[in-house]
Design a protein around this ligand. Structure first.
Ligand code: HEM
Length: 299
């Protein structure tokens, strides 16, 4: 049986660090593997940390063509009427999460140093768990996430399929307009999300706007809801704050379908009200291969 990278499901870590890299022109895939080889067991383990590796479709297909599902593709962007998610596809994504930002910074620097011979850092974002797993809007994020014993079914390609044990990843940095959001009454804020603010209770259908976030991303097909396993974390300073949206799925078309409904390109003329208060400034799809697929490259 193929095993997923365990860091995908390691919950309870309050500090996170994301790195996205572009390969230098002419880089051979073997050079990337050589650079990453030493990182599976990071030198600094005090306090515990997790590293999850993802690759852009083109690079993973060059590294391990037999382990690349046909549907694996780069993110090409979504453009609605005045709102959208830009495609800022990169080649390698490294997610480090653990108990504190000091250890993560050491590892992030080690990762960047290891890759410096073959890639340039294109996006870096440190992030954190805010209070009781709330987004900076103040709403609990993760209420309807599948519990960890069900999450592999949602997020991991099953045995017998190409790329088994791997997961499709969406990573996207959003910048919030918190002042604007917090000027809304609490009832209007709850209408934007579709849940109550203090305790995340879903609004009744009679009061939940059709443009509420959860009304746009809950999609039923053949009587079953399309699910993601989300691991987003807030980031921010006084000047700029938002969410590094991160989700895993066994089927990447779920990302496309949800984004189409959020940005008003699904054909019903509606968009997600959340996109009036937060703007994605990056967008990429990656593939997080199974442990065995990684080990076969690193050995
Ligand atoms: C600024 C960006 C975003 C914020 C602040 C945000 C926040 C939230 C919040 C507060 C919830 C309700 C609580 C929960 O069930 O977790 C939620 C649910 C959800 N979000 Fe987002 N979200 C964002 C972007 C996205 C994107 C880009 C997608 C999909 C590509 C997405 C997919 C979902 C899904 C599938 C649910 C669960 C819905 C349900 O089953 O009820 N979200 N989000």
């Amino acid at each position: 049986m193929a095993d997923a990278q365990p860091g995908i499901f390691a919950l309870g870590t309050r500090s996170h660090h994301h790195l996205e890299f572009d390969l230098l022109p002419g880089t051979e895939p073997a050079a990337v593997i050589d650079a990453l080889r030493g990182l599976r067991e990071p030198p600094v383990t005090a306090g515990g940390e997790n590293i999850v590796l993802g690759f852009g479709a083109d690079l993973w297909r060059r590294i391990a063509p037999a382990q690349a599902p046909d549907v694996l593709a780069p993110f090409t962007g979504v453009q609605g009427n005045g709102r959208g998610m830009p495609a800022t596809q990169h080649d390698v994504w490294v997610w480090i999460h653990g108990t504190g930002p000091d250890i993560l910074l050491d590892t992030a620097r080690a990762v960047a140093h290891a890759l410096s011979t073959c890639a340039v850092l294109a996006l870096e974002q440190a992030a954190f768990v805010y209070r009781d797993s709330r987004d900076l809007t103040g709403f609990i994020d993760g209420t309807e996430n599948p519990p960890v014993f069900e999450a592999p079914e949602v997020a991991i390609i099953p045995d017998g399929e190409t790329g088994a044990g791997g997961s499709f990843v969406i990573a996207s940095k959003w910048v919030h307009d918190l002042d604007r959001f917090h000027r809304l009454s609490q009832a209007d804020q709850e209408g934007v999300i579709g849940r109550t603010k203090p305790d995340s209770v879903e609004l009744a259908d009679a009061v939940k706007p059709a443009t509420a976030h959860i009304a746009r991303v809950v999609i039923e097909e053949d009587g079953a809801e399309l699910e993601l396993f989300r691991r987003s974390t807030p980031y921010g300073t006084v000047r700029e704050a938002g969410l590094y949206f991160l989700a895993f799925s066994a089927d990447p078309t779920r990302f496309d379908k949800m984004l189409a409904r959020m940005f008003g390109v699904s054909g019903d003329g509606l968009h997600d009200q959340l996109t009036d208060f937060s703007t994605p400034v990056s967008g990429a799809y990656y593939f997080a291969p199974s442990l065995q697929a990684l080990a076969s490259q690193f050995s």
